[in-house]
Design a protein around this ligand. Structure first.
Ligand SMILES: [Zn+2]
Length: 212
């Protein structure tokens, strides 16, 4: 069975944990066997009660956290694109981001703030957080995640410009004690109008402003 067959009903809006139970059983079994081995290798006893179902749970969690590989962000945006003469900046801020660093396979998480200036087309607002998930739910580095979101919006909507700012904490840094526990990594990526100081300042102002 191809990985493509693992996911069903991906557009029905069901939550991820319902989806998990529909994963390919063979893939779950293979991964479970692997995680059982990992438990042994780190000195655990996979047969003790608390760990009996852990390999299977981890397998399902990993498939959930990497389901972005099977989703097409361009298709998601295209499905909700419509003609509109609105030409002011559209900002979606405080989008939750949960991803995993590709170096340690540990989580990094935080917020994404995304803006674009339409050029004849706008997109349904709920699709912006969805494409963040598509690129975040795979092994990533924050810099590439930022660029991929920018490029996808730019290439699909062809707006006058795109701005993306992402702020995340990386558990591979805080848990491993490499840096101060509370450090936040900020990345940004811009195109078009957002390369101009004035537009970028307006965007940064909007995402740091609190709602009255
Ligand atoms: Zn890492």
């Amino acid at each position: 069975m191809s990985k493509e067959d693992i996911f069903h009903d991906r557009d029905e809006g069901i939550d991820g944990y319902t989806k998990i139970d529909r994963y390919n059983p063979q893939l779950i079994e293979n991964l479970s066997t692997t995680y059982q081995e990992v438990l042994k290798q780190i000195g655990e006893n996979p047969d003790r009660e608390g760990l009996l179902k852990t390999p299977e749970r981890v397998a399902k969690a990993m498939l959930f956290l990497t389901q972005g590989y099977d989703l097409d962000a361009t298709e998601i945006l295209t499905s909700a694109m419509f003609k509109e003469e609105y030409s002011q900046m559209v900002v979606v801020k405080d989008i939750e981001v949960y991803s995993m660093c590709e170096h340690h396979m540990l989580p990094f998480f935080g917020k994404a703030h995304i803006a674009y200036i339409p050029n004849g087309y706008v997109v349904g607002l709920s699709k912006i957080p969805r494409i963040v998930d598509v690129f975040a739910r795979r092994l990533q580095v924050q810099e590439r995640l930022t660029n991929e979101i920018r490029d996808c919006i730019q290439d699909t909507l062809q707006p006058l410009g795109v701005g993306v700012v992402i702020e995340c904490r990386h558990l591979c840094m805080s848990m491993r004690g490499v840096q101060k526990q509370n450090s936040v990594t900020t990345t940004s990526a811009f195109t078009g109008e957002f390369l101009k100081e004035k537009t970028r300042a307006e965007f940064l102002n909007l995402i740091t402003a609190k709602l009255g």
